[in-house]
Ligand binder design. Structure first.
Ligand code: FE2
Ligand code: FE2
Length: 291
C-alpha cells in the first residue's frame, strides 16, 4: 500500500514538433484552453480541459527530434509522495516548485517511462499571462494581447475530462507491482477483449492502462479524453485526415475514437456514456475473465 494519496491526473504531456504545427488541434479542434505556463522553459505549452486536468504539448528540443512523453499524477502532498516512493526504493529524479506554488517530483517507472507527481495548480498568486500560443511572460511586462486564458468558443469538439492514460510496458508483473503496490493504484477488470492490457483505477475514477508492447513503442502512450459528443468528434476528426483513425466499442458501454495528432502522437476520445459493469472480474495481475 502506497503511503500517499493520488487524486487524479494533473496533466498529460505530449512531445510535439512546433506549436504552430500541433497546437491548433488541441486548441482549435479539441477546444482546450491555453493558460499561462508556470515553468520557465519556453517549449512547454499549458492547456486545460473543463475538469481542470491539463494537456502539455512540449516542443522538440531540436528541429526534427521529438522529446519524450510523460504523464503527471495529482497528489495531495508531493513531500509525502517523495518520501513514500523513496521508501520503496524509487529514485527521485528531480523535484521543485513552480511559479504558482505547485510542487512536483519526477521518477521513472520500471520501463523508463517518465512519471511526475504534482500538487494542485494555483497554490499562490503568480501574475503570469500568455498569448493564444501559450507564450508566457510576467504580467508586469505588459505584453500586448496577453491574458490569463485563451479558449476557442467555436471548437467542434468539447473535451470534458481525462478518462485514462495508456502507458507502454514490457513486463506485466514488474509494472503491475510498481503501479499497484508502490504508486497505489487499484486493479480493475479490463473492458476490452485483450490479454495485453492491465486496467488500474485512480481514486477519482480515472484510469491507467498498462499496455504490453515492444520496447520503446512511444505510439502506445496516449491520453483518453471524455468528450461531450463522440459522434460530433468522429465527424470533426474525419475532416482532419488524421492517421491511424479507428473507432472501437468497449464492454463497459463506452466507445472510443483513436487517431494521431500532427506529430504522430496517439490521441483517444471517449464517449460520455454511463459506465456498465460488463460482468467481468480481474485477478491480481489484471487478467480479466467474464463471470
Ligand atoms: Fe509535466
Ligand atoms: Fe486508451
Amino acid at each position: 500500500m502506497a503511503g500517499f494519496t493520488i487524486t487524479g491526473f494533473n496533466h498529460i504531456a505530449y512531445p510535439i514538433s512546433t506549436r504552430q504545427h500541433s497546437l491548433p488541434l488541441y486548441r482549435d479542434i479539441l477546444g482546450l484552453a491555453v493558460i499561462p505556463s508556470m515553468v520557465d522553459g519556453p517549449a512547454v505549452i499549458w492547456t486545460q480541459m473543463d475538469s481542470g486536468t491539463m494537456v502539455h504539448p512540449i516542443e522538440a528540443p531540436e528541429p526534427g527530434k521529438l522529446g519524450t512523453f510523460h504523464l503527471a499524477f495529482g497528489v495531495e502532498s508531493v513531500p509525502e509522495a517523495m518520501a513514500s516512493l523513496e521508501a520503496s526504493g524509487i529514485k527521485i529524479n528531480s523535484h521543485g516548485e513552480r511559479h504558482d506554488g505547485q510542487e512536483f517530483a519526477f521518477v521513472f517507472d520500471p520501463d523508463g517511462n517518465r512519471l511526475e507527481f504534482a500538487s494542485v495548480n494555483d497554490r499562490k498568486v503568480h501574475g503570469r499571462v500568455c498569448d493564444e500560443w501559450g507564450i508566457t511572460s510576467w504580467a508586469k511586462d505588459g505584453v500586448e494581447g496577453h491574458s490569463g486564458r485563451h479558449q476557442t468558443s467555436d471548437a467542434p469538439i468539447r473535451v470534458l475530462s481525462t478518462e485514462h492514460a495508456g502507458v507502454p510496458i514490457t513486463d506485466r508483473k514488474r509494472s503491475v507491482t510498481f503501479y499497484r503496490d508502490v504508486v497505489g493504484l487499484k486493479i480493475i477488470p479490463e473492458m476490452v477483449e485483450s490479454d495485453s492490457i492491465t486496467w488500474l483505477a485512480l481514486p477519482d475514477g480515472s484510469m491507467l492502462h498498462l499496455v504490453e508492447t515492444e520496447q520503446g513503442d512511444a505510439h502506445t502512450y496516449h491520453g483518453g479524453f471524455v468528450v461531450e459528443d463522440l459522434d460530433v468528434a468522429i465527424d470533426a476528426v474525419k475532416q482532419l485526415d488524421a492517421e491511424n483513425t479507428r473507432v472501437g466499442d468497449r464492454l463497459d458501454g463506452r466507445r472510443a475514437l483513436h487517431f494521431d495528432d500532427a506529430d504522430g502522437n496517439h490521441v483517444e476520445l471517449v464517449s460520455n456514456d454511463p459506465l456498465k459493469s460488463g460482468h467481468r472480474v480481474a485477478d491480481e495481475w489484471g487478467y480479466t475473465t467474464d463471470v
